[in-house]
Ligand binder design. Sequence first.
Ligand SMILES: Cc1ncc(COP(=O)(O)O)c(C=O)c1O
Length: 401
Amino acid sequence: MNEAKLIHGIGRSGDISAVQPKAAGSSLLNKLTNSVVLDIIKLAGVRTVTNCFVVPMATGMSLTLCFLTLRHKRPKAKYIIWPRIDQKSCFKSMITAGFEPVVIENVLEGDELRTDIKAVEAKIKVLGAENILCVHSTTSCFAPRVPDRLEELAVICANYDIPHIVNNAYGVQSSKCMHLIQQGTRVGRIDAFVQSLDKNFMVPVGGAIIAGFSESFIQEISKMYPGRASASPSLDVLITLLSLGTSGYKQLLKERKEMFSYLSSELKKLADIHNERLLDTPHNPISLAMSLKNLDENNDAAVTQLGSMLFTRQVSGARVVPCGSVQTVNNYTFEGFMSHTNDYPCAYLNAASAIGIKKQDVDIFLKRLDKCLKTFRKEVKKEETVDEISNSNTGTEQLED
Ligand SMILES: Cc1ncc(COP(=O)(O)O)c(C=O)c1O
């Protein structure tokens, strides 16, 4: 009875991917989901993936599980090499696993923030390869950071015999991110890549896919999960993918890409009108950034005010990044937090084209953003007029004096 209602959940105490004969329904569901999801990863661009499983934890915790699995293989290791990405769960995934993140600052190339490959290699030489658990790289991220140089990192990992875990949080929806992973494994080493269910398949938060190229390593990770687990994330993604079908999912990927181009060209026009700039970040296939330089220069608080204005107008996807914010996460202080670097040249606003987006969403966003920016321009004009009047008054007083 319970089995028929899928109450048992997935896995057995020794392995989250194992079949439980007493719970045929849940076991079948688990197997089916993992193979459907494997197929989708192939379809999305990582053709040579060999194994994957859905785990009922979000991206950060799933990365932690990967690091904990590597711990047994590399008992001496205590460091994780991590090209900086300003997202707290990425950083905390390493701390929670008990490792010391070694932050590699990004380099500014044009407007883009890119992986400093030389700094990665230099750090490996200083620390010693055997003391390093892995390189933890990232594909999908907020512009102006762009996906890591995965191929070069993968080659370094192969050369120094260091594992490589890729955070592909919302990368399944982008053929470019998936291509990077495919290329990385072709030329070098990638041990596992992790992607969020909600960010790629429009299901509720709570699941991720851990995938890789070595069946045995992915199995080791699934055996690391202590106990059984909730079947809900697997059920959600299975229902979603069965109802979409391959063609439905492909269609969503196509629409997302088209909407990215549309958002990009329209945001550029809007930026020009407001005397700002769409930052040039051609390597980022999902996220865009528009400068808020003039807004910031005219009014210190304007950038954060714009953020809250957009939020109250139900524009929840956009985020504003002011200059110079400092944040301490687990005793590590990040200068310029949110911008992926200590001192990005200007404040900016992010917008993204994520799976499921419609033209109407882009249009509403641009309309509301335009309105908010106009409000600021009016305020600046009002202040300038008040200043002019008070300056001319001061002038009169001086004359009278
Ligand atoms: C690049 C990146 N990695 C990881 C995460 C964290 O994901 P989760 O909440 O699924 O752990 C996010 C969240 O937005 C992200 O943008």
